[in-house]
Design a protein around this ligand. Sequence first.
Ligand SMILES: *Cc1c(COP(=O)(O)O)cnc(C)c1O
Length: 366
Amino acid sequence: MSYRAETESPSHPGVLRRYGDRIPDVGSNTPLISLGEGDTPLVHSRRLHERVGCRELYFKLEMCNPTGSFKDRGMVVAVAKALESESKAVLCASTGNTSASAAAYAARCGLDAYVLVPHGNIAQGKLAQAVAHGARILDVQGNFDDALRLARLICEQHPVALVNSVNPYRLEGQKTAAFEIVDSIGDAPDLLFIPIGNAGNITAYWRGFVEYYRAEIATKKPRMMGWQAEGAAPIVEGKSVADPQSVASAIRIGNPASWRLAEAARDESSGEIKSVSDDEILEAYRLLAREEGIFCEPASAACVAGLLKYARQPVGPSGGRSLAESTIVCVITGHGLKDPETALGIESEIREVEPRIEAIEQAMGL
Ligand SMILES: *Cc1c(COP(=O)(O)O)cnc(C)c1O
C-alpha cells in the first residue's frame, strides 16, 4: 500500500506533512497518512473574555478535527508508525475519543482496530463512531485503569500496536497544536488552560511550546493551567482515585498515565493543576454554547470552568502578570455532539405546539 502524501488531503496537509520535520520519529519510510487533522480554528472569545478580564482570550477548537477531538493529531502519527512497522492491528483502552480516532485511522489504512471499553463508561456519540468504523469493541467489566493495564499486557505479548497515549508517537503528534497556536498569533500565550484526564495533552502542549521557544520561534512559554474534575482529581489530591466520578467522561481518570510529566509541565512553567466541580463544568459548558456558539463536550468545558474560577480569585502576591495584560488560550478538546445525553439532560426547552401558524406565532412571542 502506498500513501502519496500529495493526494491524501489537498486542502489540509495534515500533521505529518505540516510538522513531520519536527517529529523525530517521522522519517522517509513513514507513510504520510492524513484525514486532514490539525490546522484547527483559533477563535477569539466574544463574550466570556469580559468575565475573565484578560487582554485576549482564544479558544483552540480541537473539536474541529476529523473525528471531533484532538486525539486525531496523535493518532495519525501512532497509526502511521504502526503501518511502518507492519502491525496488522491497533488496540486501545478508551472511554471514547481515543477509540473513535483509532477506529477511523485504522479503517482508512486497512488495519484492524480493537477497543477495550471500561464497563458502562462511554458516551453514545463516541461509541457510535467506533462502531461505524468497524472497530471490534470489548466491554471490559472494570474501570479505565483496568482496561489500560490489560491493553498494555496484550500488546507486550502480541504483534498489536498499543495506541493509547502511553504510545510515545501520540504525544509527538499532539504537541503540534502548540506549534499552531504560536504560528497563528505570532508568539506563545501567557496562559494555557487545558483539561486533564490521562495528562498526555498537557504534557504534549508543554513539549511543543518548549521546542518552539528553543527554536526561537516563540519568545516566551505559557504557564500551563491544568484542570481535573473534582471526583477524578488524583494529581490535585496527590493520590490515585479508585472510583473516579464526573459528568466529564473524557477526564474521568483515576491514575493518569502521564502523571509525572504533567507535574513537570506544571512546575517548569510555574503553572497550576487544580480541580473544578461538575456544577462548574456544566455552567461553563452552558456558557460556551450560549454565549460563544461553541458546543463542546463536558471535559472540554472543564478548562473554561477553571479559567472562570481562576479569574474570580484575588490576584496573588507572586508578582505574576495580571490577567488584564494576559493572552489566554483555552483548549476545546472535543465536540459536544459526542455526548448528546448531557446536553439534553441539562434543561431542554422543547415545547409542544399544534401545527397551526397562530400556535407557533404565540409560542415564538410574535
Ligand atoms: C482525551 C480527552 C481529554 C483528556 O486529555 P488527556 O491527554 O487524557 O489528559 C480531554 N478532553 C477530551 C474531549 C478528550 O478526548
